[in-house]
Design a protein around this ligand. Sequence first.
Ligand SMILES: Nc1[nH]c(=O)nc2c1ncn2[C@H]1C[C@H](O)[C@@H](COP(=O)(O)OP(=O)(O)OP(=O)(O)O)O1
Length: 205
Amino acid sequence: MSTRSQKQYTLILPLDLQRRRILLGMKLRGFGVHKYNGFGGKIEPGETPHDGALRELHEESFLHAVPESTHSTGSLLLRTHADTAALDLYIHVFIATEWTGEPVETDEMRPEWFDVDSLPLEDMWEETTSWMPGLLKRWVDGKRASVGHCVGFNGGMDKGTKEWSVWHGMGGGKIRWWDEEWSDDEWRLLVKEWEEEGAGVMVRN
Ligand SMILES: Nc1[nH]c(=O)nc2c1ncn2[C@H]1C[C@H](O)[C@@H](COP(=O)(O)OP(=O)(O)OP(=O)(O)O)O1
């Protein structure tokens, strides 16, 4: 039986379909500092991932996403092999296509709009760059796609903080796209396949 523990997070991406642009935030403190990403954080006890995503978006940017236009668009399983704590992060990804309010800078995030064809990839998590451009491109082209990404990390240098971190040094991963609806069963199957293949441990000489 696995002795790993798991922390669940949300990540929500406000996507302006008409203008083909996405609101990202420069993280000003804490986990992921100095990187652009969507908005999100830990899911609180008793909260659904959907509720958590809406709450975090408001806390970090002051936007109120319309719940019916906030779609579950995939899951990320991040597993570090560099930490004796044996921790997995499970991130629930959402795209919001309608909201009210204007983005405001908060203590945690400085929001900025980007054309979906020119994301600030150099200043993002390496992991995120492997799926975000493809996901946004599918949506602005009219496909309600979802993504699953299971990936292992061996530890490495964080360009932003100049410090070693267990969430860098990306090893093997498994990515899958669903062009329409996806289900928990499909996600579980992807995780199972990935674990059977060795859970993304990089073979080092
Ligand atoms: N490799 C990765 N790829 C990705 O796309 N998002 C990642 C990621 N690693 C972390 N994230 C996201 C998930 C989440 O939205 C955010 C981290 O959340 P926060 O630090 O804001 O959470 P906390 O809830 O701990 O903080 P507070 O908001 O201060 O409570 O970074």
